[in-house]
Design a protein around this ligand. Structure first.
Ligand code: FAD
Ligand code: FES
Length: 225
């Protein structure tokens, strides 16, 4: 969680994934969206901001080869995983257009195979990356046994979880939610997760503390909080 404003506006820190690190630095990559990210885009070398973290869980370690599916800025939390397990992943990377395929060159050097798509066809195949992945599965059925690591917009994850259930695939996803405290206290970031032991069949988990990585098959998307 990074301080994303002077004084009290915006008051709340904003959540970001760690893109990379070395002995002295943490690296972030973010997209300008609103007040907080505009503020962060304007800070200069030498300015001081506060940081709370690292928070939440991480990706379970892959065993052998694995599949990575990223939508746009969703590539950020997957870069360290690719770096730590070089040449083991088949990457499916989609975005609205070529300009939104961030870290493409860096990511392509870390993987065994790469499939790219854009909504407007400016790079790779025209279409949604989840559809490209679906077509890939038809001709590569042995890949159904590989674990999938995925991050993208909530609509992308929602659509993808349908496919995961249909093919009974194993998939971990990093989920996005609005956050306030970042430490599991305010319950502002809960998602509904299947829990057979509960009389209602589900319980709530916090994205900031229990997540942000969940077994995608266990998330219940059609919910009104
Ligand atoms: C675990 C986690 C990791 C993240 N990692 C990154 C990252 O590495 N790089 C990056 O660019 N972004 C990342 N995000 C998203 C980032 O936190 C938001 O874009 C940021 O908080 C927006 O703040 P803002 O003040 O600029 O925008 P706001 O003024 O708060 O909102 C601007 C617009 O963005 C939408 N928005 C804001 N927050 C979210 C959210 N969490 N989910 C969906 N829509 C949102 C709002 O609806 C609004 O339309 C991550 C989010 C989470 C939960
Ligand atoms: S942000 Fe407060 S519980 Fe997650």
């Amino acid at each position: 969680m990074l301080q994303a404003g002077d004084n009290l506006d915006p008051l709340l820190k904003r959540p970001f994934s760690i893109l990379d690190y070395d002995d002295e630095l943490l690296y972030f990559l973010f997209k300008k969206k609103g007040k907080g990210t505009i503020y962060l885009s304007r800070i200069n070398k030498g300015d001081v901001i506060t940081l709370l973290g690292p928070l939440g869980n991480g990706w379970p370690a892959p065993q052998g080869e694995f599949i990575v599916i990223a939508g746009g800025i969703g590539i950020v939390p997957l870069m360290l995983l690719l770096k730590q397990h070089r040449n083991k992943a088949i990457l499916f990377y989609g975005a609205k257009n070529e300009n939104e395929l961030l870290m493409l060159e860096e990511a392509s050097k870390l993987v065994k195979e790469i499939y790219i798509s854009t909504d407007d066809g400016s790079k790779g195949t025209r279409g949604l990356i989840t559809e490209i992945f679906n077509d890939f599965l038809v001709s590569n059925s042995s890949c159904k046994d590989l674990t999938i690591y995925c991050c993208g917009s909530p609509p992308m994850l929602k659509a993808f979880s349908k496919l995961i259930r249909e093919h009974n695939l194993s998939c971990y996803a990093s989920v996005e939610e609005y956050m306030a405290c970042g430490v599991g206290a305010c319950l502002g970031c809960v998602v509904k997760v299947i829990n057979e032991a509960d009389s209602e069949g589900f319980h709530y988990k916090t994205v900031c503390k229990d997540g942000p990585i969940f077994n995608l098959k266990e998330i219940i998307w059609d919910q009104v909080f």
